[in-house]
Design a protein. Structure first.
Lengths: 528, 375
């Protein structure tokens, strides 16, 4: 069983251990596990995408055409759950697995076996989640937020979802503990905390958020489970409970969750901008402090998701002020990125295009976030397409664009082959154009009064919905370009990548050969 | 086919100069008709202007840099990577801007929450999937009715041309007088709903087992439409809200008319009905309250919504069926109709289900049977 002994000295050309499928099932190598996370998340991204396109096909024109209302609700619910828990979060963990040890000069993650376990829980959870479509009654249709008492009404698909959420939560918590321990204990000599690449910082802080809030989500869904089957009344007023309690507990998880999905994206972008501006990151220390402030503030803003539940004025005001404050550290980050570009010597290879696109479009999502933070305005836009537009601007144009930026940035390191610039740029331009065609009109729909999560709509919303549907299909198909780019690299079609394929990339990951050998930094490097 | 044509219209209506702008903007908040909605509208406009200014400033700098500080244009990278004064400035200035935004918002929050001294108080109850209104205080006290969407299924299923107010029309709209402070008490019967009329600037969740309140004072007469805004199950998209704001005289006439109707249709819960009359009445009650789930043909949508045709519940022990219909089934979408429907309606609808489709029990359930269970 030499393969599970990470400290054993290996010759790269003579690697013992299982081959074929068993290699992947038993692997404890951070690069293998990172690869599996990335492949898994992309498969889930495509599944969630198919759901989204079915939704958009139904909404292409007024009237019911393709699906029934009940199934429509299942689709919106599962689209959210699959994208959040199946696509975005595991993708960032994949990046963490691949890059954190390489960035801090560690030989592997701290807990290699636990790392394997936290990955292999995910396919199980995914099977439960997707499989719930095929049980009697279908998947849960209570929205990804699973609000009680609606979720208490659901069929057994809801129970499968609850178990899937539990399992994914366990996976996330283990992954997060692994990251915290790795970053705190396994840095190479001389790599002080304030010398770490910013991606390590943002993931460290994200990992603490995960450990803090995933148990809260587990508690919330467990209470639904016992309300459903064991006669408790946490969310049933007739038994002394309160439906709004669920929302408080859920959003105490849910708001930090938003930052769990964006802070690592900030980290990736903060790696890429300096490389292609050929200039050090502006305000490194203030970036770290801004990330930490966002994380702390994320615990005291949750009820801004609940302004319409009927809170006292004082509570509404507190959550409004706290939410507005988040604009300050977020603004600092955007200013720092722009200042990093300023008077640089920029080139726009694909990763830089995605990163610049990220700043531009994510910031629009930031502005609409600020508008939603104003409680009286939120009363008008809450649960409308305005909110749908807002969170897709931060989650798609934010998290997803940063993931693509990172993927193109590190693909040469992962595969040893340069991706095709033409394909990468085509992917970027198609994505950003179709993204805006899809989601920009949704701001107008929401302002004009179209609620979200409805399978059919009044006639005045028809034009923008048709436009959004066309954009959505364009956006969905554009993502297939990414498969072409990656497959070409994996098959070795392309220019061989040097250890440091970028002209001015800093960081330990560029000191090892491309592709990164199976074992790296067995002897820790010394950082000056 | 008409999609392209509609794009052309959209493209035109996005230009403010065209006439299409005048009535109702398709790209902005609805024309406000209350003081709160007006404040929200103006606050949103102000926020948009501030955000646009910041947007132009920040991205002006970024794109200037993107176009000029390129390697291909011979730009040589500078080496600065911090500047304490600049960093303090771009932390403090946003805080000041936020304070400027928070001030008007705070005033509006406080006025939105002031539900004191209403002229009229109406309780709105959310049901899956309709609204019930009870006028509990002020002019019109005692009026109560249920408000269902009136858009026909044929329009939804694309078998008939869609009407002007497709999905935004109801059989019994809420009616209120102009210029009077109307307090709405909200609750729900089953799951959380939300009562939202954009032009009135009101959105408030209706939470089962709890009462929340909100208010509005409409400054002009007219018909204002909205939707349920909280996902509440299968027909969440099909429970609109329609509010008619009338002049004081017209409102008084409406109240008199409603109270007259209420007195005329006051049912005698001890009356003995003939089977055929019960079935005929029950069919209407079924269509309005039950068919969304159990379907007009009684086949339901199993397993979430079980069939009634040939089902033990509608052919077996009648006491059991009365219990389920009046008290609901916990943990399912089956609501307790005991407080929603009159004893006569309950008797009629239960009789109907026991004598429709293949269910031919020949039994007539009398209102007295229901009151015996309810009391």
């Amino acid at each position: 069983m030499s393969a599970v002994t990470p400290d054993q000295v290996h010759d790269d050309h003579h690697h013992h251990g299982p081959t074929g499928l068993m290699r992947w099932i038993t692997t404890t190598n951070h690069k293998d596990i990172g690869t599996m996370y990335l492949i898994f998340s992309f498969i889930m991204f495509l599944s969630g995408g198919v759901m989204a396109l079915t939704i958009r096909a139904e909404l292409f024109q007024p009237g019911m055409q393709i699906v029934q209302p009940e199934f429509f609700n299942q689709l919106t619910t599962m689209h959210g759950l699959v994208m959040v828990f199946g696509a975005i979060m595991p993708a960032f963990v994949g990046f963490a697995n691949w890059m954190l040890p390489l960035m801090i000069g560690a030989s592997d993650m701290a807990f290699a076996r636990m790392n394997n376990w936290s990955f292999w829980l995910l396919p199980v959870a995914a099977i439960l989640l997707i499989g719930s479509f095929f049980v009697p009654g279908g998947a849960t249709a209570a929205g990804w937020t699973l609000y009680a008492p609606l979720s208490v009404q659901m069929g057994m698909g809801m129970d499968l979802t609850i178990f899937a959420v539990h399992i994914m939560g366990i996976s996330s918590i283990m992954g997060a503990i692994n990251i915290v321990v790795t970053v705190l204990n396994m840095r190479a000599p001389g790599m002080t905390m304030m010398k770490m690449p910013l991606f390590c910082w943002t993931w460290l802080i994200t990992a603490y958020l995960l450990i803090a809030v995933m148990p809260v989500l587990a508690g919330a869904v467990t209470m639904i489970l016992t309300d459903r089957h064991f006669g408790t009344s946490f969310f049933n007023a007739a038994g002394g409970g309160d439906p709004v309690l669920y929302q408080h507990v859920f959003w105490f998880f849910g708001h930090p969750e938003v930052y769990i999905m964006i802070l690592p994206a900030f980290g990736i972008v903060s790696e890429i901008i300096p490389t292609f501006a050929r200039k050090p990151l502006f305000g490194y220390a203030s970036m770290v402090y801004a990330t930490a402030s966002i994380a702390v503030l994320s615990f005291v803003v949750w009820a801004h998701h609940m302004f319409t539940t009927g809170m006292p004025a004082a509570t509404q005001l507190f959550f409004m002020y706290a939410t507005m404050l988040i604009a300050v550290p977020t603004g600092v980050k955007v200013f720092n990125w722009v200042a990093t570009m300023w008077r640089g010597s920029m080139t726009f290879e694909t990763p830089m295009l995605w990163a610049t696109g990220f700043i531009f479009v994510f910031t629009m999502g930031g502005f609409t976030g600020l508008i939603c933070a104003i409680a009286p305005i939120d009363i008008q836009v809450q649960d409308t397409y305005y909110v749908v537009a807002h969170f897709h601007y931060v989650l798609v144009a934010g998290s997803l664009f940063a993931l693509f930026a990172g993927a193109y940035y590190w693909l040469p390191k992962w595969t040893g082959v340069m991706y095709s610039e033409f394909i990468g740029k085509l992917h970027f331009w198609c994505s950003i154009i179709f993204f805006n065609i899809t989601f920009f009109p949704m701001h107008f729909l929401g302002l004009a009064g179209m609620p979200r999560r409805i399978p059919d709509y009044a006639l005045q919303f028809a034009d923008f919905n048709a436009l959004a549907s066309i954009g959505a299909f364009g956006f969905g198909l554009s993502q297939l370009i990414f498969i072409v780019a990656v497959v070409k690299c994996v098959r070795g079609e392309g220019k061989k990548a040097a250890a440091s394929p970028w002209e001015d990339a800093q960081g330990l990951e560029w000191t090892v050969p491309s592709p990164a050998p199976h074992h790296t930094f067995e002897i820790p490097p010394v950082v000056k | 086919m008409s999609v392209l044509a509609r794009f052309a219209v959209t493209a035109l209506s996005a230009v403010p100069a065209t006439g299409a702008w005048a009535e109702q903007s398709s790209v902005n908040l609805q024309t406000p008709v209350t003081s709160v909605a007006t404040e929200i509208y103006d606050m949103h406009t102000l926020m948009m202007i501030i955000c646009l200014v910041i947007f132009v400033a920040v991205f002006g700098v970024m794109f200037w840099s993107v176009f000029h500080h390129r390697k291909s244009k011979g730009a040589v990278a500078a080496h600065f990577h911090e500047n304490t004064m600049v960093e303090i400035a771009w932390t403090v200035i946003p805080v000041l801007i936020l304070l400027g935004m928070a001030w008007p918002a705070t005033k509006t929050v406080i006025s939105m929450k002031d539900t004191s001294n209403p002229d009229i108080t109406i309780k709105a109850t959310g049901y899956q999937w309709k609204w019930g209104y009870d006028y509990i205080k002020g002019e019109g006290e005692g009026i109560k009715f249920v408000s269902n969407m009136s858009t026909p299924q044929d329009q939804i299923q694309n078998r008939a041309a869609k009407g002007e107010n497709y999905l935004l029309e109801v059989d019994n709209p809420m009616v209120v007088p102009v210029g009077k402070k109307v307090r709405i008490l909200l609750t729900a019967n089953d799951v959380i709903h939300a009562w939202w009329v954009p032009a009135l600037g009101v959105k408030q969740d209706a939470i089962p087992g709890f009462i929340r309140d909100t208010w509005f004072r409409a400054d002009q007469e007219g018909i204002f439409r909205g939707n349920c805004a909280e996902l509440c199950g299968k027909d969440h998209g099909f429970m609109p809200i329609e509010v008619h704001v009338l002049s004081a005289e017209k409102y008084a006439a409406w109240v008199a008319d409603q109270q007259g109707k209420l007195a005329a249709t006051k049912e005698d819960p001890t009356k003995e009905w003939a089977l055929a009359d019960l079935v005929a009445k029950g069919e209407q009650v079924f269509a309005a309250n039950c068919a969304a789930c159990h379907q007009a043909n009684g086949q339901g949508m199993p397993p979430a919504f079980p069939p009634l045709d040939g089902a033990a519940i509608a052919t077996g022990d009648k006491a059991e069926q009365i219990k389920v219909v009046t008290q609901g089934r916990d943990g399912t979408a089956m609501a307790a109709f005991g407080k929603q429907l009159s004893a006569t309606d309950l008797a009629a609808v239960i009789t109907y289900t026991r004598n429709a489709w293949s269910n031919q029990t020949g039994e007539a359930i009398q209102p007295a049977d229901i009151t015996a269970v309810l009391n």
